[in-house]
Design a protein around this ligand. Sequence first.
Ligand code: AMP
Length: 391
Amino acid sequence: MFAKKTIKDIDVTNKKVLVRVDFNVPIKDGVVSDDTRIRAALPTIEYLLDKNAAVILCSHLGRPKDCVDLQYSLKPVAEYLGTLIPQKVLFAEDCIGPVAEKAAQALENGQVLVLENTRFHAEEKKNDPAMAKELASLADIFVNDAFGSAHRAHASTAGIADYLPAVAGFLMEKEIQYLGQVIEDPERPFIAILGGAKVSDKIGVIRNLLQKADQVLIGGGMANTFFKAQGYPVGDSLVEDDVLDVARELVEQGSNKLRLPVDMVIADKFEDDATQKTMPTGPVPDGWRILDIGPETVTAYAKEIAGAKTVVWNGPMGVFEFPNFAKGTFAIAKAVAESGAVSIIGGGDSVSAVNKSGLADKISHISTGGGASLEMLEGIELPGLAVLQDK
Ligand code: AMP
């Protein structure tokens, strides 16, 4: 059960509602190139418009250096949103200060106003109370629908809740329900698949999942660090020497749950057209590097996944950006999609792999937040959720 109030639990009719959305979308040449996160916010926006609210949207985009940098402007996103909904979408060139105040005051019920990038102000990431208060002054109610930013305690995700009644939007509710269910009461067998470049990013997640899941299947670059920790030279593979001890400890802790690849695809250079060989897990020759899991590993992992009732996947199984080393990742995407299990995929690369494979509609839940979903899986309370009113 979702323990926080949502927009359904309070009266939003004819109110000014400030919604923190996650419009941190890729933009190429001034045009939105992937609108997943914008579409994911539509149920909340449409519900509020239906209630004749005046909807003010704020978000960060990219990583501007704490000042105005127009390559990270939300203006193209506002324009794009205008093509998705029939209502008028206005844009304010600042998220606080006189420009924002004037635009918010002039906003009529049933209209939408998108504010400029919150990270154009250094105070956003500092969770500065003055900025939070200024943002809050624009509206009567605060809604956090930015699951993808909920692991950050920033002025627009957390601080603002000190100054306004604060509730969750529908996307936040949906994300937390799926991920919360997995962590609290998964249908078993519960299989977690973790890949990606680094083990250091996911130590806490692996620890927690070794307790909660029935199997933790490891792939991608992070497997290399486990191999090296077990004493195999990994040639020129990506490896993190500073966490070898932790990797060793996790292998011990996870004795019968932590699974490592049994074979691998190695390459003589870090390029798509490299010469490749498949070999059983073991010492990698000098000058070669591991770029994908091998077919035996795919078979073994796919078997576990096929028998699962719950599957969580974060991180590619290899350098899937190179088509010649993407087989492992796509095979796992297929296995997850066809498993019939409750399946949750998070993290930009695994999501993009499943989208490219054309199997996305077979996945129960594709998370819009990589970092936030990992923190949920780690069992950490998200600050952007914690500040919302309890039911
Ligand atoms: P992450 O952001 O940690 O999920 O890592 C994603 C990145 O890991 C992708 O860009 C992959 O190319 C990379 N990756 C996966 N497997 C390997 C590998 N064996 N060697 C180097 N990079 C890898």
